[in-house]
Design a protein around this ligand. Structure first.
Ligand code: NAD
Length: 495
């Protein structure tokens, strides 16, 4: 069984706490590893290493930093299959999803490779006689990334490349449930040539997070995870004066207007609800069927669900893998139960599917005639359960999204450009899709929701990421005319 340690100052470090977390293969329910959980001592060692490295790293030229980022990009690309295999082995997602995750992560490194342009300052010549004013953006210092289990490779890459590109040092604290892929990514950063201490990795749980949030030498924390912990990280970190961006949970609605392309909408609903077993913060959780499209849409989704193959992520035939733990699977199944008890129609019951191994599998479920007072509607389910809420008008659908506390993504399916344009204005969400169910922005835009899906003011990666990892400094400079110098510099005298 593998033992996963911390990576600090370019080398592996074991925990002194003796505390470890169990790592499972969700497709077999076997424990495959143990991850060291940091005590305060290891967190302090990581921060000390990152702080020491910052002094030198911030002075490294833009040209050199760019070269290292390209090298890192190439190494991650060369090891994409290995990273993807680790994702499948510990998260459970199917190989195609795992490869897609790595590809989206690489996009973020590629954006960071061009950071020189994003960091260009502003210059105002002759703001007053002989006075110029200019703004530069400088790094924060030691930055921390705390990441969730569902994208163990991509989410660290939302943070790490921009943080170090801007001249910061970076400590990654990945989810303790699937730590092997983030560990390989940090190893590759070290292999790329980032000096020891520029990128460190600390594994851990609440003990590690709490120490990182209070440590006086940590300047900024990027967090992605559930809403209660995001809120906690934001309030605790800002109370100790840190810059925080904290992305939380979601409840994403997909509004389908009566004129929508039925096949396109049904395909999108199935892939966006059940892809990665619904364990995606941008998963579609609620289809809002407007008017007469409800019956044919539910039928079309059901037909597609019957063909969906659920099985081990490393089986090429599988389209959906297991859930992350047995407890989470049972919690998700509980929403099908409670939805039925509260009056929803169970069109497809994933609990009926029988699997011939011990993995944390659950079949896909579809609940129709869900109402907004039901637990399956109110809570973030984070599993393969899709709810259909029927409404009579577009206005009702838009109001439902606004009344929901989350605001990560929202999508509309329609053939009407005017309706789509209204929706992009009206939708109370940070990311909107038009005939696109999962509108995850490309690496040169930025990612972040609204309301209970996001705490902070600068969203993640892309241009907003560069803003988060730098602070502005404004210089006001006066140089007298050289003709007035007390030393003869060769300019015509002006006195
Ligand atoms: P989580 O909140 O349980 O854990 C996230 C991180 O916080 C982990 O590193 C974990 O070790 C740490 N943590 C957990 N409990 C803690 C505590 N009590 N105190 C301090 N730290 C703690 O989230 P998860 O279950 O790993 O991931 C799934 C959640 O993440 C879902 O809610 C999903 O919507 C959300 N998510 C959001 C986005 C987004 O971009 N908004 C992206 C991915 C996942």
């Amino acid at each position: 069984m593998q033992q996963i340690q911390h990576l600090i100052d370019g080398g592996a470090l074991a925990s002194t706490s003796g505390c470890t977390g169990a790592v499972f293969n969700p497709a077999t329910a076997e424990q495959t590893g143990r991850v060291d959980l940091a005590s305060v001592a290891e967190v302090d060692a990581a921060v000390a290493s990152s702080k020491a490295a910052f002094g030198e790293w911030r002075t490294v030229s833009i040209a050199r930093r760019t070269k290292l980022l390209y090298e890192f990009r190439n190494l991650v690309s060369d090891h994409a299959d290995d990273i993807a295999d680790r994702l499948t082995a510990e998260h459970g997602k199917v190989t195609d999803d795992a490869r897609g995750e790595v590809a989206r992560g690489i996009e973020n490194i590629e954006f960071a490779c061009g950071f020189a342009q994003a960091l260009e300052g502003r210059y105002s010549e002759q703001a007053s006689a002989g006075v110029d004013v200019y703004t530069v953006r400088q790094p924060i210092g030691v930055c921390v990334g705390i990441t969730p289990f569902n994208f163990p490779a991509m989410v660290p890459l939302w943070m790490l490349p921009n943080a170090v590109a801007c001249g910061n040092t970076f400590i990654l604290k990945p989810s303790e449930r699937d730590p092997s892929a983030p560990r390989l990514i940090v190893e590759l950063a070290q292999e790329a040539g980032f000096p020891p201490g520029v990128v460190n990795l600390v594994n851990g749980d609440k003990v590690a997070v709490d120490r990182l949030l209070e440590h006086p030498d940590v300047g900024a924390v990027s967090f992605v995870g559930s809403t209660p912990i995001a809120r906690y990280v934001y309030s605790t970190g800002t109370a100790s004066g840190k810059r925080i961006q904290a992305l939380g949970g979601a409840k994403n609605h997909m509004v389908v207007l009566p004129d929508a392309d039925l096949g396109l909408a049904a395909d999108a609903a199935v892939s966006a609800a059940y892809g990665s077993a619904g364990e995606r913060c941008m998963a579609v959780s609620v289809v809002v069927a407007v008017g007469g499209i409800a019956d044919p849409l539910v039928d079309a989704i059901k037909v597609r669900m019957e063909k969906l193959v659920v099985g081990p992520g490393d089986d090429p035939a599988s389209e959906m893998g297991p859930l992350i733990t047995a407890e989470h699977r049972d919690r998700v199944a509980g929403y099908v139960e409670s939805g039925a008890a509260q009056g929803a129609t169970v069109v497809v019951d994933g609990r009926d599917q029988v699997f011939d191994n011990d993995g944390f599998f659950l079949g896909v479920s579809l609940l129709d005639r869900v109402t907004t007072d039901m637990a399956v509607y109110r809570d973030e389910v984070f599993g393969p359960v899709l709810s259909v809420v029927r409404v009579d008008t577009y206005e009702e659908g838009v109001r439902m999204i606004a009344d929901n506390p989350y605001g990560n993504g929202a999508a509309i399916f329609t053939r009407d450009g005017g309706a789509a344009r209204r929706f992009q204005q009206d939708a109370e969400a940070g990311m909107v899709g038009i005939n696109v169910p999962i509108p995850v922005p490309v690496g040169y835009h930025s990612f972040g929701g609204w309301n209970d899906s996001f705490f902070g003011d600068t969203t993640m990666y892309g241009p907003e990421g560069i803003r988060f990892y730098t602070r502005p400094k404004v210089i006001t400079s006066r140089w007298p005319d050289p003709s007035t110098s007390s030393v003869d510099l060769g300019f015509p005298r002006n006195d």
